[in-house]
Design a protein around this ligand. Structure first.
Ligand SMILES: [Zn+2]
Length: 532
């Protein structure tokens, strides 16, 4: 179990799941919990047993299906209803029966919310807090209190807000997590209000939202002011603008503030875990997410690249490896020779000594980008270009011709038929293929023509197809094709006035790249150039 003196408390499964469009099954929740445990968080809030059937089931299944090495599970729930004893409130009983080692109780701490939303007296609200905590503590569970709307409440009535903190601590809560429920606070306000509550002698935590774009900054400000428990969600998931991003909070605490909140090798897993969780929740990863995003350490401008080549840390705030991320060069018309050299290195191709090739490729990229190509998201096309400039051979096949027809029948059904004539490893083939679109038909015909010579192409799948009409310099279409083969993913680009021809160019390159990665030799046995 992790150190109890400082808590990293994750609420992805409860508060994060409030994000619009995000819906988690119990299996998803169990899988996410395992990843969070691997990262080394101290607490995982599993949901609200009793109030949400899926959450009740989560706690039930977690008892047999979830082995946690670092984290403890926390059940979330509310203080008892006004006018009842805690022992009579079914919702509180369910919290006890969840058998979670920790219960996080949400309570009102803003006097107007007590009076208007809860419709009870300020005194009864304090009694509800004390009574519920006392009941759960008597059953042996630890209790954290989430003080809802604390910061807004403090600004409106500081005495009552502090009284909520005092009451919870006196009743046996481990700590009170002050919540910026509306997410509108700024770091200086957070620091001031946390400091005032610390003066009451309480152990404090903080729960921030990102509505003022300060979720992470506010969390770190609270820690500076003395909070020793931070709440957040994986990738900042949450309703509205999201919650404080727990990954940024952990990285900030550990790499910038000297806290040892997770072990160093766990921190190195963070980028992978971030991507895994986004895959489970089915929300595309934000490439610009700090620390863990695919573009978090991507350099595009040629000037940056020259400096990065001398010393990567000149343009980076941390070594990306610390969070399991990578520096990445983005090849574009802004790229200079240094970008080409660094991108080559990233792709495992050493071009350092070949100055002429570097210059030629940089010029070629500029020229092609002016015609509508874009290599930013087409690493495979760039790699083929670079390898070709270095004299490597990738002519696994030579296409003589292709054709495609699209037909709409009397019932309105649209189908495409394609044929491809090509020569591979010395033999010429003509093959046909059909599909529900011209690109699919061409793809099938190309595979049919190559399947005997290159059976490994059976594992190639097209995962994404994007076409965009560019206005300048003349109306052309750019197609970016993403393909995958097992766990490898690559993208290629094609440009033409005709969308089918642009697609074909991207397709031919995708197949060529697949064969290159498979270690195929480009020519009959006599060729000595290694293809891998
Ligand atoms: Zn919240």
């Amino acid at each position: 179990m992790s150190d109890d003196r400082f808590h990293i408390y994750d609420t992805t499964l409860r508060d994060g799941a409030q994000q619009q469009g995000l819906s988690l099954t119990v299996a998803d929740k169990l899988a996410i919990a395992r990843h969070l445990d691997t990262l080394g968080v101290g607490f995982i809030e599993g949901g609200w047993p009793g109030a949400i059937p899926k959450d009740t089931e989560f706690f039930k299944r977690a008892r047999t299906e979830l082995t946690l090495n670092n984290a403890q599970l926390a059940a979330f729930g509310s203080t008892r209803r006004p006018g009842l004893h805690a022992a009579e409130d079914p919702q509180v009983i369910m919290l006890r029966d969840s058998l979670a080692p920790v219960v996080t109780l949400v309570a009102k701490s803003h006097h107007r919310h007590v009076e208007k939303a809860l419709k009870t007296t300020l005194r009864e609200n304090l009694a509800m807090i004390a009574d519920t905590i006392g009941f759960l503590r008597a059953g042996g569970q630890r209790v954290f209190l989430d003080a809802e709307h604390y910061f807004d409440g403090y600004l409106s009535d500081p005495h009552y807000a502090i009284e909520v903190v005092r009451t919870a601590m006196a009743a046996g809560a481990d700590l009170v997590a002050l919540c910026d429920t509306n997410g509108g606070m700024l770091p200086d306000q957070i620091a001031e209000i946390v400091s005032a509550a610390i003066a009451s002698g309480a152990r404090l935590g903080v729960h921030c939202h990102d509505d003022s774009a300060c979720g992470v900054a506010n969390t770190l400000a609270a820690v500076d002011a003395g909070a020793t428990h931070v709440q957040g969600t994986a990738n900042g998931y949450g309703e509205r603008a999201g919650n404080a991003n727990l990954f940024s909070v952990v990285a900030g605490l550990q790499l910038k503030k000297g806290f040892q909140v997770v072990s160093g090798d766990r921190l190195g897993e963070m980028s992978r875990i971030s991507r895994e969780i986004s895959r489970i929740v089915n929300v595309p990863p934000d490439s610009h997410q700090p620390y863990v995003g695919a573009s978090a350490f991507a350099h595009k401008a040629g000037l940056h690249a020259s400096a990065v080549k001398v010393d990567p840390m000149l343009y980076q705030h941390i070594d990306p490896l610390l969070v399991g991320n990578d520096m990445k060069m983005i090849i574009s018309e802004m790229a200079g020779r240094a970008s080409v050299e660094l991108k080559g290195r990233e792709l495992g191709i050493d071009v350092t000594r070949d100055r002429a090739v570097i210059g030629r490729v940089a010029e070629q990229v500029k020229d092609m980008e002016a015609r509508g190509y874009n290599f930013e998201s087409a690493d495979a096309s760039f790699e083929l270009l670079l390898r070709t400039a270095l004299g490597e051979q990738h002519e696994y096949f030579t296409v003589s011709s292709w054709r495609v027809t699209v037909e709409r029948d009397a019932n309105g059904a649209v189908t495409s038929q394609a044929s491809v004539k090509l020569t591979a490893q010395g033999s010429t083939t003509v093959a046909a293929g059909g599909g529900d679109s011209p690109v699919r038909a061409l793809d099938n015909a190309l595979r049919a023509a190559l399947e005997e010579t290159y059976p490994e192409l059976a594992g190639l799948t097209r995962t994404e197809y994007r076409a965009r009409v560019l206005e300048a310099p003349s109306a052309v279409t750019r197609v970016v094709l993403e393909c995958a083969d097992g766990d490898r993913v690559w993208s290629t680009v094609g440009v033409n006035q005709d969308v089918i021809t642009a697609s074909w160019e991207a397709l031919e390159q995708a197949v060529t790249y697949c064969l290159l990665r498979a270690g195929r030799s480009a020519a009959p046995a006599a060729c000595l150039v290694p293809a891998g």
